[in-house]
Ligand binder design. Structure first.
Ligand code: XLS
Ligand code: NI
Ligand code: NI
Length: 447
């Protein structure tokens, strides 16, 4: 087992490399469906799915909630004499976990990796110190950084926003933090850099200049982009939409809102969407709706893989368990050509009462299996072609004649109206939704 951990201490003793044992296995610490090297369509499962582990939920969150104290006494914190030492133990524990699980990517906020110092300079020093260690571990294990980001929401200075704060000094401090987070992302070969604007919104319109705040957000993003490009960053910038929580209204509400914002401010060349299942639900959308909308707008980027609790109405960040949802998500992702720089980042946390060290493994194993099944179903849908053939046929009236002219923009509104009068009667056909739903269920069980 020793070869699977990388620090001085083994943090998950008794757990070895997680392997694929197949659907009949009753080993809770084995994959039932995720077979990394198995080819699905033209690519291996692992290259389709590009799993990433979210540092914050898995190694920082301690099980506390607004009603109760921590329930996850992480050994890497208990063992340490200082916050910096704890960060180092945590890093070792994280890489032990990634390696044992067989996830190829991870994602972090600056403050997950290293503790905030007394001043921006000290915070930076901490961050660079930990990044140097992370770089060594990346090299030793082959694990890569999917994206980095800055935590612009936890510190009290961000209570009124970061880039959208009414106080200029806070905007500048946010920039200092983002600059260092970008530097570290570049240093670690990060394939993306994410902006999730947890405090970029408002609690009340009575104290808010909405127009000014949105302009500031756009200026901040554009300047950060320019800085990163100047430093040689070739990766993708992501905006992660979320409609609310912690704000009453977040400016990056959903995919369509962000797309409009990016285009209005001319940021759509460099920025793509990082779509989170739970955020889609909070915005009143299906996960697949957000994915298909981003794809349709040419802005699809990456995914925060989790699930919400529809009866709750907040970001419960649970691990995905529904084949139905992952099948539709993977179908949308395959249709847009799959991931390039993006991947499936498990922005998900084990429950407060999941207190065994193995629970973190079982949660990720389940999430990975659920997406592996979703991928196989999606590939079947594509290979079989029944659904896409139906959709194609449904729009066939635009393939030739006047329909094709309309598609090409060759008909004026008068022409169109004239044709309407000529047709007199509409050619309506059934949408066949129930038949298609039945077919989808056949694919679901057809594995
Ligand atoms: C919170 C967000 C956050 C981002 C990264 O709701 O999902 O975790 O993914 O800042
Ligand atoms: Ni997220
Ligand atoms: Ni979230």
């Amino acid at each position: 087992m020793a070869e699977y951990y990388v620090g001085n201490k083994e943090y998950f003793p008794g757990i070895g490399k997680i392997i694929y044992e197949g659907p009949k296995s009753d080993n809770p610490l084995a994959f039932k469906y995720y077979d990394a090297e198995k080819k699905v369509g033209k690519k291996k499962m692992k290259d389709h799915l590009r799993f990433a582990i979210a540092y914050w939920h898995s190694f920082c969150a301690d099980g506390s909630d607004p009603f109760g104290a921590p329930t996850h006494p992480h050994p890497w914190i208990v063992d340490a004499k200082s916050p910096l030492e704890a960060a180092e133990h945590k890093l070792n524990a994280a890489f032990e976990f990634f390696t044992k699980l067989g996830a190829e990517f991870y994602c972090f906020h600056d403050r997950d990796l290293a503790p905030e110092g007394e001043s921006p300079a000290e915070s930076e020093k901490n961050l660079f110190a930990l990044a140097a260690k992370a770089k060594k571990l990346q090299k030793a294990t082959g694990i890569k950084l999917l994206w980095g980001t800055a935590n612009l929401f936890s510190h009290p200075r961000f209570m009124n926003g970061a880039a959208t704060n009414p106080e200029f000094s806070v905007v500048a401090l946010a920039a200092a933090q983002v600059k260092a987070a970008i530097d570290v992302t570049i240093e670690l070969g990060g394939q993306g850099y994410t902006f999730w604007g947890g405090r970029e919104g408002y609690m009340s319109l009575l104290n808010t200049d909405l127009k000014k705040e949105k302009e500031h957000l756009a200026k901040f993003l554009g300047a950060a982009r320019d800085y990163a490009r100047k430093q040689g960053f070739k990766g993708v910038f992501y905006i992660e939409p979320k409609p609310m929580e912690p704000t009453k209204h977040q400016y990056d509400y959903d995919v369509e809102t962000v797309a409009g914002f990016l285009r209005y401010y001319g940021l759509d060349k460099d920025f793509r969407l990082n779509i989170e299942a739970n955020h889609a639900e909070l915005a009143g959308h299906d996960f697949a709706h957000e994915l298909e909308t981003a794809a349709a707008l040419g802005l699809f980027g990456s995914v925060d893989a989790n699930r919400g609790e529809p009866r709750n109405g907040w970001d419960t960040d649970q691990f995905p368990t529904s084949y139905y949802e992952t099948a539709l998500a993977m179908y949308a992702i395959l249709k847009v050509g799959g991931f390039t720089s993006g991947g499936l980042n498990f922005d998900a946390k084990i429950r407060r009462n999941s207190i065994d060290p193995a629970d973190l493994f079982e949660a990720h194993i389940g999430g990975m299996d659920t997406f592996a099944v979703g991928l196989e179903i999606a590939q079947r849908i594509i290979d079989d072609g029944k659904l896409s053939a139906f959709v194609k046929k449904r729009y066939a009236s635009f393939n030739s004649g006047d329909g094709a002219k309309f598609d090409k923009g060759e008909l004026s509104f008068e022409d169109l109206a004239k044709l309407g009068s000529k047709y007199g009667k509409a050619g309506i056909t059934s949408g066949k939704q129930e038949r298609l739903e039945n077919i989808l269920n056949q694919y679901l069980l057809g594995l």
